[in-house]
Design a binder for this molecule. Structure first.
Ligand code: HEM
Length: 386
């Protein structure tokens, strides 16, 4: 089987029909012809992500994505690109980074996120409806939050936002945007060494080289921008299409349920390569084989969630989802992402309680073939007084 990617047109939030009813570990043909596996249950996924006999090194893994990046395994990650490393190398970076993602820093960022959201809502109100929520709100918020985290000076915000938006644009030149951002971040790291501030890069200059810090900064941008932006926009689309008011129930539970139900990482990610033969859910995964995960199916596991296909904003145990992964690589920015989503959804629906789609739901273009699922644009409108 190749990985089916088209989600249901009727309910574009459900997993592709071809992924239903598979065994916990199904054989999967990767983009380069490698015969690997697809984990489809919570139990199998936890085993793979929690077992040190599975590696996150990108040069060992085969990609399940047939559309975006065919070909064999990638080159080894550059120094500092720690998401694609294994312990003990990974442990060193992860400890240093965890020391920077402190409760204090997350608290300090909250009023900044609120301000960024409010500024963009002001601009939307001023422009008047209809507005594309992706460009007006969902993309700029995480980009500017990462500026705050890394200490990107205000004067560079426009450049940073423009380049990070180009990084995720479906028809944009992603390679050029990556090169521009890597060059910019390298320069920023050199500046922080001379003039440190109260930011994450400055906090790590004593521990890491310029090259490592550049790739640490890049990975935070790559991991934190597109994911959060797509969750914001797709989450709003889901709420508007399903006719569910966001205020119903505790906001924290609603965010967890949206993360579970939408499962935006949908192209067989995360994935791991077996370093030796390992048995998972009764199947023998041979050394060298890649196991991809299907988060959309895993997060609808009926053995874990009651009525898994129903979006229930007050679901008490939604937090058991694997949208942020599991094990040593579990999302480093999950607290920040949760804060951005909570503040982002709430501020939007408070400001525009009458928010609705400006086009029929069936006309909203979806990113079936992208590595992070979402909407390409989301035209929204709201009642105005005059
Ligand atoms: C790792 C999801 C937001 C930084 C991960 C992983 C997942 C994930 C599934 C695990 C990957 C693996 O096991 O191979 C998400 C989702 C987000 C989000 C759904 C938004 C809704 C963020 C944000 C940041 C961030 C805002 C930081 C600014 C990272 C980093 C890793 C990671 C650095 C790698 C951790 C490691 O390898 O130790 N994320 N993420 N993420 N995420 Fe997130």
């Amino acid at each position: 089987m190749r990985l089916p990617i088209e989600r249901n047109q009727e309910c574009p939030f459900d997993p592709p029909a071809g992924l239903r009813g598979l065994p916990p570990m199904a054989r999967l043909e990767m983009a380069d012809g490698h015969l690997g596996w697809l984990a489809t249950t919570m139990a199998a996924a936890r085993t793979v992500l929690g077992d040190p006999r599975f590696s996150a090194r990108q040069e060992l893994k085969h990609t399940a994505m047939h559309v975006a990046r065919p070909g064999g395994p990638a080159r080894p990650a550059p120094p500092g690109f720690f998401a694609a490393t294994d312990p003990p190398e990974h442990t060193r970076y992860r400890r240093l980074l965890t020391g920077q993602f402190t409760l204090r820093r997350m608290r300090l960022l909250e009023p900044r996120i609120e301000q960024i959201a409010a500024d963009h809502l002001d601009a939307m109100a001023k422009a008047g409806p209809p507005v594309d929520l992706v460009t007006a709100y969902a993309l700029p918020i995480p980009s500017l939050v990462i500026c705050e985290l890394l200490g990107v000076p205000y004067a560079d915000h426009d450049f940073f936002q423009d380049r990070s938006a180009a990084l995720v644009a479906p028809d944009g030149d992603g390679a050029q945007a990556t090169a521009d951002l890597t060059a910019y971040l390298g320069e920023l790291v050199r500046r922080k060494r001379v003039e440190p501030g109260d930011d994450l890069i400055s906090g790590l200059t004593g521990e890491l080289t310029d090259e490592e810090l550049t790739y640490v900064a890049l990975i935070l941008l790559v991991a934190g921008h597109e994911t959060t932006a797509n969750m914001l926009a797709l989450g709003v689309f889901a709420l508007l299409k399903e006719g569910l008011p966001f205020e119903e129930g505790p906001v924290e539970a609603a965010v967890e349920e949206l993360l579970r139900w939408l499962s935006i990482l949908h192209q067989g990610a995360p994935s791991r390569a077996a370093l030796e033969d390992v048995e998972v859910a009764g199947e023998l995964v041979r050394k060298g084989e890649t196991v991809a995960l299907s988060l959309p199916v895993i997060n609808r596991d009926g053995a874990v969630f009651e009525d898994p296909d129903v979006l229930r904003l007050d679901r008490a145990d939604a937090r058991r989802h694997l949208a942020f992964g599991h094990g040593v690589h579990q999302c480093l920015g999950q607290q920040l992402a949760r804060n951005e989503l909570r503040i982002g959804y709430r501020a939007l629906f408070e400001r525009f309680p009458g928010l609705r789609l400006a086009v029929p739901a069936a006309e909203v273009p979806l990113k079936h073939d992208a590595s992070v699922y979402g909407v390409r644009c989301l035209p929204v409108t709201w009642p105005t007084i005059d």
